[in-house]
Design a binder for this molecule. Structure first.
Ligand code: OKP
Ligand code: ZN
Length: 318
């Protein structure tokens, strides 16, 4: 297995998000990825870790609108020139107050895409690749940032892979990937399947309902499994099996996993009851699909245990 990692993400480190009009300290911190890398290295995986290659901005444009890309780039540059450059929320191209622009936001988001595309390209040679990227991407729509996400790493990789056949995306982050859903909503050649907290009680609130099934040519190729707060391992496992069956029936050429660890029982912003050993089980179920698989990091915010969760998951993939 190969792991794709770049240290550039560390430069993107916003202080706040705004929830209900109040500043709340930012949960999507550099330590997340650093803890995972440390734990994988500790477990003898250093030789698996590869640096990303650089990809042209036109790959980002395959999913996002050019005005949106320029806005993030120029906004980050503008912020870098300011004195108190703690980041700011833009007025345009935004879904919520959880994705500020800071001096290195564009650079980090761009490198995060480089990581996912490097992984996608390597899938020809390696059956399973784990992309340790941040900022995450699944809330980023074609022209809207939000939920700690700017460029949709998983969607850009899926778009790239779709040139060689149908792609399934399995989103197991605690939150619904509204961005990924929106990007492929009218496409039959990319299946989106997501398990997440019921949007009536959890972020992103406006998408992720069971009746969102795709539109036009894409009708029937979007499947949401909203789950209640407090979902147990037994219940989660049943739904994951259903999700895997759908993917199997679809017969894709490759699989992209939007992999969040905020389903963990002690996640500070999650609300499911999954334990560390359960992640190995989940990964085994995914591995059982026997597809070229690109695992793209999304959320997961328990800094203390993230490394152990990731290592449990990696054991199941191997
Ligand atoms: C990003 B990813 C809840 C705050 C919610 C935004 C959550 C974004 C999640 N107290 N803030 O899907 O992990
Ligand atoms: Zn999440």
């Amino acid at each position: 297995m190969k792991i794709i990692y770049s240290p550039i993400h560390k430069k993107h480190s916003p202080k706040w998000e705004i929830i209900n009009g109040k500043n709340v300290s930012y949960a999507e911190v550099p330590e997340r990825i650093e803890q995972i890398v440390k734990e994988l290295q500790k477990n003898g995986m250093s030789s698996c870790i590869k640096a990303p290659k650089r990809f042209s901005e036109r790959y980002i444009k395959s999913v996002h609108n050019q005005h949106y890309i320029d806005y993030i780039k120029k906004g980050s540059q503008k912020e870098a020139k300011k004195k108190g450059n703690d980041g700011y929320f833009t007025t345009f191209f935004i879904n919520d107050l959880c994705a500020p622009l800071t001096p290195f936001t564009y650079d980090a988001a761009r490198e995060s895409v480089n990581c996912s595309l490097t992984g996608a390209r390597l899938l020809k040679e390696e059956p399973v690749i784990y992309v340790l990227c941040r900022p995450p991407g699944h809330h980023a729509e074609a022209n809207r940032m939000g939920g700690y996400c700017y460029f949709n790493n998983a969607a850009i990789a899926a778009e790239y892979l779709s040139q060689n056949g149908k792609v399934a995306i399995l989103d197991i982050d605690f939150h619904h990937g509204n961005g990924t859903q929106q990007i492929f909503y009218e496409r039959p050649d990319v299946l989106y399947v997501s398990l997440h907290v019921d949007p009536r009680v959890g972020f992103p609130y406006t998408a992720g309902f069971a009746n969102e099934k795709g539109a036009n040519d894409g009708k029937g190729f979007n499947k949401n499994f909203p789950l209640p707060l407090g979902t147990t391992e037994a219940d989660y496992e049943k739904i994951l099996t259903k999700a895997c069956n759908l993917i199997e029936e679809y017969k894709p050429s490759s699989l992209v996993v939007s992999c969040g660890f905020d389903t963990y029982e002690k996640d500070p912003i999650g609300g499911f009851k999954l334990s560390i050993p359960f992640y190995e089980k989940m990964a085994k179920a995914i591995k059982g699909l026997d597809l070229p698989t690109l695992v793209v990091q999304e959320g997961g915010y328990n800094i203390t245990d993230l490394g152990k969760i990731a290592y449990s998951f990696v054991k199941g993939l191997n």
